[in-house]
Every structure is written in C-alpha cells, then in structure tokens.
Design a protein around this ligand. Sequence first.
Ligand code: ADP
Ligand code: MG
Length: 698
Amino acid sequence: MFDVKEEFGSLVFDDRVMKAVLSAKVYQSLKKTIDEGAGLDLSVANAVAEAMKEWAISKGATHYTHWFQPLTGITAEKHDGFISPAPDGRVIMEFSGKELIKGEPDASSFPSGGLRATFEARGYTAWDPTSYAFIKDKTLCIPTAFCSYGGQALDKKTPLLRSMEALNRQALRILRLFGNDTVKCVRTSVGPEQEYFLIDRQSYEQRKDLIYTGRTLFGAKPPKGQEMDDHYFGVIKPRVAAYMQDLNEELWKLGIFAKTQHNEVAPAQHELAPIYTTTNIATDHNQLTMEIMQKVALKHNLVCLLHEKPFAGVNGSGKHNNWSLSTDTGVNLLTPGETPYENAQFLTFLCAVIKAVDDYQDLLRISVATAGNDHRLGANEAPPAVVSVFLGDELNAVLEAIENDTPYNAAEKTQMKLGVDVLPKFIRDTTDRNRTSPFAFTGNKFEFRMLGSSNSIACANMMLNAAVAESLRQYADKLEKAKDFKAELHAMIRKTIKDHKRIIFNGNGYDESWIKEATEKRGLLNYKTTADCMPHLLDKKNVDMLTSHKVFTKEELESRCEIMLENYCKTIVIEANTMADMLRKQILPAIEKYVGKLAETVKDKKSAVAAASCGYESKAIVKLSALADGMYEKTEDLEKTLIELKSATDIVAESAFIRDKVLEKMSALRILADEAETLCASEYWPFPTYGDLLFGVR
Ligand code: ADP
Ligand code: MG
C-alpha cells in the first residue's frame, strides 16, 4: 500500500532533509542563499555536496547530473557516476562542492542561435539552490541554469529567475510606498493545469506521423467525436484510472503536488493540475511532470501525447498558467483587501497587470508561439490568438466607476475615490466559466490560457513577470515623486483604465465578431502564426523593456528569435516529409491493393454473369483512382515547394514561406487522403483510424 504521507517528497533533498543531515551552521548559510540569494562559499558547498551524496546513495543513486532546460524545450542531463578510483584498486564514492556548483557540459549541440559563434562553444551549468535536488532513475538531479562562457543564457531558467528578480524589485518599491516596510520579498506563484491525450501504445506504434511529429497528419473524422459532451468530467476508465494513480505516486515521491485529475472535452483527453507553488519550482515540476507522464504511460502500454493538436476536429491541448503575486509574509497581492488602503493597493497591482498585458500583448503571444500551438490559437479554437483580459462583471463595474467618476453603487451616492471607499469584497466567482478568455481574472489570480500543452511555462512567465515589472516601475517612478500620494495614485489608476480598457473583454472570445471588433475597432494584435509574431520579439519597445529589467541581453533575444523560428520551420518540414513518406509508402500502396481487389471482383462478376452490374465496385475504383492520382500529384507539388524553400534568404523569409506555401499544400494533400480513407475497406487501410485512436483505451 502506498503511504502518501510517508512517501511524499521521499526522493527530494528538501528542507526537511537538509535540516536533518546538515550541521546547523551549514544549514543556516545555505538557507540564506536560498532565501536571499546570498553567495555560497566553497566550504559550505563541499559540506552540502557530501551530505547530498550520502543521502542520494542511501536512496540507491549511483550517478548525479546537472539538470537543465536548454532551448530545445525539454530538459537535459548528463550523468556522472559518484565512483572514483581508490589507491587500493577499489572505488570510493565522491561528489565535491565544485561539482555541485558548476558543470561544464559541451554546449555545442544545443541550440544557441548564433551565441556560440559570437561567444564560446563551451557552456556551463550553475546550481539553482532555490529548487531542490531530487532523485530520478537512480540519479541525483541538481537543478541548474545553463549559460555560455560569456554569461549569456542558453536556457529557459536563467531569464525566468531574472524576471522574478525584476518583478520583486519593482513590487517592493510599490509596497514601500504603501507604507509596508516588513515585506522582504515578492514572488510569483504558478499552478499549471496540464492537458494531455492518452492512447494505446500498439496503435501509436503503427502511426509514423505520431512517432515522428507527435500529431496525426492524416485521419478522417470518426462517426463520433466530442459532440455529445460525454467525456468532460466523465467517469474515468479503469486503464486510465490505473495510469493516473501510478502517475500521482511517482509525482508525489518527487514532491510534486499533483492534486486534480479529470477527463477533458475531447475523447481520450485528460487533465492534471498540481497545487500552485513558486514559479521557478512550478516550472521545474511541470517539466518533470511532462516527462514522468510519458514514462508512466509506457508502463501501462499507453502513450501520452503532449502535442497541442494531435487530432484534427476535436479539441487540442493547452496548459492554463494560474499566476499570482505574493509576499514572503504570505499576502496574495491580487486579493482584494478589507480596508480602503488594501483595496487601493490591490487595484494598483490589478491595473499594473492590465497595463502590462495591453502594452506587451505581442510578448505574451510570442511566449506561447510554436508550430503546434498555432493549430489552437490561429484556428477556430479557444483561446484565440488575440490577447484580451477578462475581469468579470463586478470588477469591471468598479473600474468603470473609477474611470467615469461615477458612484459604484448607485444606492450610495458616493464617488469612487481610492483610499477612501471600501470596495465590495469580491467573492471568488465560481460561476466564472468564461473559458474563452486568454487571460482571465479568477478572484485572486490570473489564468493565462494561451499556453500550449507542450510549452515550458518558463517562457510565458518570464514575459509576464517582466511586463508587470515594467508597469510597476512606471508607477513607482511617478508615485515616489508625488506630493499628494493618494491624488496621484487615483489619477494614475484612472489613466490606466482609460488608456488600457481596450484590452478588457468579458464576452465570448470564440466569436468571429470579437476578432473583428478586437482588430478593427480596438486595434489589438492578431498574430495567427509563429511566423507572424516571432520577429516582433526584436521590436525596439520589447528589446528596451526586457534589457532595462535585465531579463535578457539584446544578443540573447536575437538568438532566441532565431531558435524559435528555426524550430517552427524544422517542425513543419519534418511534418511535410512525413506526409510524403506515409503517402508513398503506405497510403498509395493500400489504395492500389484495394482497387486491385475491386477490379478482380468486377472481372469475376463479369465473367460469371454477362454484363452484370458492377456499379458500386466500378464507382469506387474510379473515385479512388482519381484520389490516388491527385494525391500523387500533390505530394510532388509539396516536395517541389520544399526544394524552393531552400532558396529562402534568411530564417524570417523561410518561416513566412512555410506559413504561406508549405502548410497550404499539406492541408490540400490531407483532404484527399482523408476522403480516400472513408472509401477504403478497413482491412486495407494501413494504419489505425481516428476511431481506433480516440476510443481504443478502455
Ligand atoms: P479551476 O476551477 O480553473 O480548475 P482551480 O481552483 O482548480 O481552478 O485552480 C487551478 C490551478 O490554479 C491549480 O493549480 C491551483 O493550485 C492554482 N491556483 C489556485 N490559487 C492560486 C494562486 N493564488 N496563485 C496561483 N495559482 C493558484
Ligand atoms: Mg481549470
């Protein structure tokens, strides 16, 4: 029997373990580093390393690795054994402070987007003591940041940590202005809700598209999809339930607070949500969760698909990033307060977020942009690619009253003056099921819903943190100089509402009329694809903001833009090649066989009964042959386009060409193949169908 209380965190070198195995002096000094970012001297590092090694060995570990998050989007590790030769020919187990603090993996095979050429081929990893070390596959994993020798970030964690620091700096300035001298640190917390599909492993292994690209490139609509709404929150099937239980146990051992699980809208789609925690830890945990989800699935003869759009025609998978700001004293700054002063402070932070989302819509869109996620955001699926903020009716009415200097509550004829009135207490509105908003206020946090299921949450959070830090900086600059703090604050909040109310939208985000209003009347951005948005990462306003808060250097941004576009292009080229391969090697031969069989029947029938009617067989032959010809032609066309692609002059041109030409040819080819599938007998079709994949797990 798995004892949750006993096992939770049993594979983590957490505070409990540190207290137990480190001397008081070493513990204090490490704690100072974790809480306040104080430097760590080598003697302390040596003591920590020794204790970590002993603890890890006692848990069966033989190796250690620096565990990091390069720009590939997944995590990386290079295992080293603890063993060292001893003079007597035996071995001793060693792990030094130096090995704990710094590693030097060869960086040359990780994407660096030009940084390598400018700087150095080597990279180094540096211990992030704010995220606990843990054991996975008999290996002690040490969470680290990954940089080039020139100090340029080559990973997702470094800018995330910098963005948290930037937000902390600016939020503290605001809190001091509100007279708060006790808070030492403001942190962001995140709870990511993770969606995924679970399919049978045997079926998966017969589909080259799933194997090579993570999504189906062909597949006719099955007779039943998600139209009955009978999967969402439905009873969990036994095989899936067994998987979820096993998964939870693995995650709990790693100290991950997996808490909620349920079926999602599409058949075979599910969700897992942990309890929220500090952003960088939530990021590490989400990366680990995705990895463990896939591993545990294999044990159950299942495959976990994390792609944003594995199947056409049913919902894709996203990740909801629930985000809030809180102090080390335990106060959530996005919770409306009890007193007028607290309310004013709440509105200040709320408005800072609204302003940030409006000013940096592009960065938020960019932060979730991948070829996979374009299938959700750019298509008719929630949320749309247009960024907007949902506040709910009550809060909206408060902001309107402030903007117009009108009474909030018509019964009391007082005007909204910040710092005077007590705002109504907002009860967490459980009726808030506006699931179409990309960025929704849900009572004491914002839920950013544009992330794709396979995205690292680091990207969205670094941009969000930086953008909010910038709003707060502007506020603090003004307020610190103000003669009359209350008057200045009131004017500033009013101005924010006036200037940024265009980003607030409480209606249905799926609605075509909203997209029209958003883009034509309100002037909001609508970047449908990665190719559209990514180049704007380098817009002056974005570079200025991100460099001024020291979240990125200009070179790092240039390299990231290049890597993300390269990734987009490579992903789609692989998909196109996979389509051509499946078409030539599987689909056409299958049709040929089936048509041959039909033709034989026609021949047999004709010889049996002179001039017998062979209506159905002949019709099917004609239709399938025409489709096969069409497919062959379209495949050649697609391949020609891929050759033309090679003459693109740079990565921006290449991605635009893919967006405009390659994707279109891929969908033209798919339409024909899907029609052929519906005409072909099951026993001839060369791979499992949508029906098999979506309804195959019991
Ligand atoms: P929903 O009704 O949208 O499923 P839940 O209450 O289940 O909302 O929360 C979803 C996620 O939000 C969970 O991961 C939860 O831990 C997280 N969450 C709750 N409160 C906060 C908060 N203050 N800051 C960040 N995340 C939070
Ligand atoms: Mg939810």
